[in-house]
Design a protein around this ligand. Structure first.
Ligand code: HEC
Ligand code: HEC
Length: 304
């Protein structure tokens, strides 16, 4: 806050309090006097008229007390611009204290959970309730409350993974974050090549596209894309290149979205949670994420 705004707020706050003092004194002084005991305000309803009587003294004193309280409060606590208050209290400090005491109380619990292997922890209902809370507070903004993702943020509730779905891979994704880099090919390809490559991606994911485009696209895909996504679009978890054979998309699976991806590239970034949450909480979150795709994993296990 600049010095100007600091003074501005201080002045407004003090002026308001002074104005209250003045207002009370003014209304109190304007006592109608004992003579005018029965003076009315002129308001009348159904034969009842409102008397203009002075406020009771105790009521006035209540006002004065609140004003004094307000002034003392402003001396002790922050409130006047940049002035910190004599007690040195701050929202941030109070929050940190709360977090520290919370940390102290929950750390042993998380340390216990950290000893349990992720697949086993994923079947522990109590731990998963904690996991769901952590997920709601830290992950849902991007991945959605159910982990289903949205445009630009991957679905992590299914068993399709950019960086791998083994417990330790999920753990690493969360702990250290991930940075995906797909370069744009708008400079290297003309529009027709881009369209043909997109048509081939359609074909890879089991959808229809004009045969001639697919044929042309197969070639460009081999030249430009296979190095990362694999010749059959199977993906490569070492660099986070997604599988293109399942009709499931982070950036949208329509022709336009895929052409945009090819032209401009994509750079998804998963923020590292190590310094924010610590290893033990990340362990619980990894188990929670692992549990979200448990159904699909079992299906796949049966098939293989
Ligand atoms: C250098 C490696 C690399 C090359 C080459 C590459 N990609 Fe990618 N591609 C990636 C990565 C990594 C991602 C994930 C980007 C992200 O998550 O932000 C990606 C994402 C995509 C997506 C988005 C998938 C989704 O879920 O929405 C499509 C489609 C795609 N690539 C198609 C292609 C095509 C077609 C080519 C060839 C023209 C190509 N890629 C070349 C690495 C590559
Ligand atoms: C600021 C948004 C954001 C937040 C918050 C976030 N993520 Fe992510 N996350 C992403 C993006 C974007 C990616 C995809 C990175 C890429 O393109 O490879 C991702 C990727 C992942 C992956 C890897 C998915 C795969 O297919 O391999 C996992 C697992 C994951 N996130 C879990 C979490 C968990 C658990 C949390 C909460 C602690 C979280 N994320 C919080 C944006 C976010």
């Amino acid at each position: 806050m600049s010095a100007f705004w600091s003074w501005w707020i201080t002045l407004i706050a003090l002026a308001n309090i002074l104005a209250c003092v003045w207002l009370i004194r003014w209304t109190a002084r304007k006592r109608p006097g004992e003579a005018a005991e029965h003076e009315t305000t002129g308001h009348e309803w159904d034969g009842l008229s409102e008397l203009n009587r002075p406020m009771p003294r105790w009521w006035l004193w209540l006002f004065y007390i609140t004003i004094v309280f307000g002034l003392i409060y402003l001396v002790l606590y922050p409130g006047l611009g940049r002035f910190d208050g004599l007690l040195g209290w701050s929202q941030y400090g109070a929050w940190e204290e709360e977090v520290a005491s919370m940390e102290e109380r929950t750390a042993p619990l998380f340390a216990e959970y950290a000893k349990i292997p992720i697949p086993e922890l994923a079947r522990n209902d109590e731990a998963m309730q904690t996991g769901r809370r952590l997920f709601g507070n830290n992950c849902a903004v991007c991945h959605g409350a159910d982990g289903g993702g949205r445009i630009g943020f991957p679905n992590i509730a299914n068993d399709t993974w950019q960086w791998g779905g083994e417990p330790e891979e999920i753990y690493a994704s969360i702990l250290n974050g991930r940075e995906a880099v797909m370069p744009g090919f708008g400079g290297a390809m003309d529009d027709e090549d881009v369209e043909a490559t997109a048509a081939f991606v359609f074909h890879l994911s089991g959808r229809d596209a004009p045969e001639d485009l697919i044929q042309r696209g197969e070639e460009t895909f081999g030249n430009f894309c296979a190095a990362c996504h694999g010749p059959g679009g199977e993906g490569n978890k070492a660099m986070g290149a997604p599988k293109l054979t399942r009709d499931e998309w982070t950036y949208g699976g329509g022709m336009d979205s895929i052409m945009t991806t090819i032209r401009d590239g994509r750079r998804g970034r998963m923020p590292a949670q190590k310094d924010l949450l610590g290893e033990d909480r990340v362990h619980v979150l990894a188990a929670y994420v692992y549990s979200l795709s448990a159904d699909e994993r079992e299906d796949a296990g049966d098939a293989e």
